[in-house]
Design a protein around this ligand. Structure first.
Ligand code: F6P
Length: 454
């Protein structure tokens, strides 16, 4: 059986430093999760892009078919409908939601291009797996073109509750399209429950419900909660590799004698980076004994830099880092090291191994794979996870210090608590968390999804 997966984002970006052409792994949880899946399975990855890998003579470890997007499509479909309409709404940022009437037409147009591309390569025994909010019209468009194969859909972001979803002007069209799948899956039981409530509310006349199954136009659709994961063994391997050891040695020298906190986020307003920095400021204000003793490293990965709200958050974060460092810097020491960059994975894992704790402070997040990557990288145990209660991971993962990132005192208290936790407890809880993530890795997620898809 071949797996045809469809995602908006290509797994690798083309980078052109000077005369070289390089491939750089795309940031974000979706690619981190699906890259190992495709390396291990027979299939084709259908993805979008203005620049096509084949035009640069670049190949990937698995077959890729790219849907070429025009700059206008990128503007209205990706920047507009996906990232100024669906993204803020589904993450409960209703005040950032902006409707441009032109966006919807381009969203449908691009989804149609994806459906056409899939129909060109599809074979009778294949399974089609559509991913995420950028491609939610694809299932319906595939059926309209005659696809009879099994279609699965996985949403990588939260599915909001009924009162939020109600705001979405295309609430009927999207639900109706998704009901052309055989399996619809979300990260958590909450998102699944929200989805079923919305189906009951908006499509109630046309559907029948039997527990988690929806019967629509004579077809039965399963709805499941399947939290995504990481390639645990691969990250463990990278953590012990020579490049990572070298990076770790360099970092240990730089941060000798310091306690180290870490944040790794795409610089997205949903990630709560500025809230986290304010929490750190509050912590240092109230625990001055940690001045010159605690270094916090914020790795901010550039993202969606043509969208207005993302330009704004970048400016605000730059300013906040400057202000907090200005306030506490002493004798050549500054509390925050700020890296605005998409690091090589081996180097990133070096930071994971160095950090005494990591803070995931998302104001809303589908799951958050950084939390799981950190855990997998802690090959010598130790290390603590401070996790926002608004992430899917908080609903799933054991042994984490939960925070409400909207509350500076909550962040500050969690930092104080993890810094004071006894070493035996730290090691025990990290080794138990590691055992959980190891057991529930990306391959188990894949197996479960395919098993439910049938
Ligand atoms: O899950 C949300 C998502 O769209 C994923 O594809 C990925 O984790 C991240 O956001 C990256 O976003 P983009 O593809 O817009 O850079």
């Amino acid at each position: 059986m071949r797996l045809i997966i469809a995602t908006n984002r290509a797994p690798y970006n083309i980078k052109k430093p000077k005369d070289d052409i390089l491939l750089e792994k795309s940031p974000g949880g979706l690619v981190a999760a699906l890259d190992p899946v495709m390396k291990k399975n027979q299939g084709i990855w259908v993805c979008g892009g203005e620049k096509l890998l084949e035009d640069y003579g670049l190949t990937l470890p698995y077959p890729v078919k790219q849907v070429k997007l025009t700059p206008k499509e990128t503007k209205y479909y990706y920047e507009g409908f996906c990232n100024t309409q669906i993204w803020p709404l589904f993450h409960y940022f209703t005040s950032r939601y902006k409707m441009d009437i032109k966006d919807w037409g381009f969203y449908k147009q691009v989804n149609q291009k994806f459906a056409n591309q899939i129909m060109e390569i599809i074979e009778p025994e294949d399974r089609i797996w559509v991913h995420d909010y950028q491609l939610m019209m694809v299932p319906k468009l595939l059926r309209e073109k005659g696809a009879t194969q099994k279609i699965g859909f996985f949403l990588h972001i939260p599915f909001p509750n009924l009162e939020i979803y109600r705001i979405f002007p295309k609430r009927y069209e999207i639900l109706e399209s998704l009901l052309n799948c055989d399996l619809i899956a979300f990260h958590t039981e909450s998102y699944k429950r929200h989805f079923l409530e919305c189906v009951d509310h908006f499509m109630g006349h046309d559907v029948e419900r039997v527990d988690n199954k929806i019967i629509y136009k004579g077809r039965t659709i399963s709805v499941e909660a399947l939290p995504i994961s990481i390639d645990y063994k691969e990250i463990e391997k990278i953590a012990a590799s020579e490049p990572t050891e070298l990076k770790l040695a360099e970092l240990k020298k730089m941060y000798a004698g310091q306690l180290v906190g870490l944040g790794v986020d795409r610089l997205d307003y949903t990630k709560g980076v500025n809230e986290k920095l304010e929490g750190l400021e509050y912590f240092l204000d109230n625990n001055p004994e940690y001045i010159k003793r605690l270094s916090y490293i914020q790795i901010a990965v550039p993202t969606r830099s043509n969208v207005h709200d993302y330009m704004k958050i970048k400016r605000q974060t730059d300013e906040m880092v400057g202000r907090i460092n200005g306030k506490f810097s002493k004798d050549g020491w500054s509390p925050i090291q700020y890296l605005y960059s998409n690091l090589k994975f081996e180097d990133l894992v070096g930071y994971y191994r160095l950090a005494d704790f990591i803070i995931v402070s998302a104001l809303r997040d589908g799951l958050n794979l950084v939390a799981k990557e950190y855990v997998a990288a802690r090959i010598h145990n130790g290390g603590q996870l401070i996790l926002s209660e608004f992430t899917g991971a908080a609903e799933e993962m054991p042994y984490r210090a939960l925070i409400n990132p909207f509350d500076v005192t909550s962040i500050s208290e969690a930092i104080a608590k993890v810094l004071k936790t006894d070493e035996t407890i730290r090691y025990k809880s990290m080794s138990e968390t590691r055992a959980y993530v190891k057991e529930n890795d990306i391959y188990k997620w894949l197996d479960k999804f395919l098993e439910h898809l049938g």
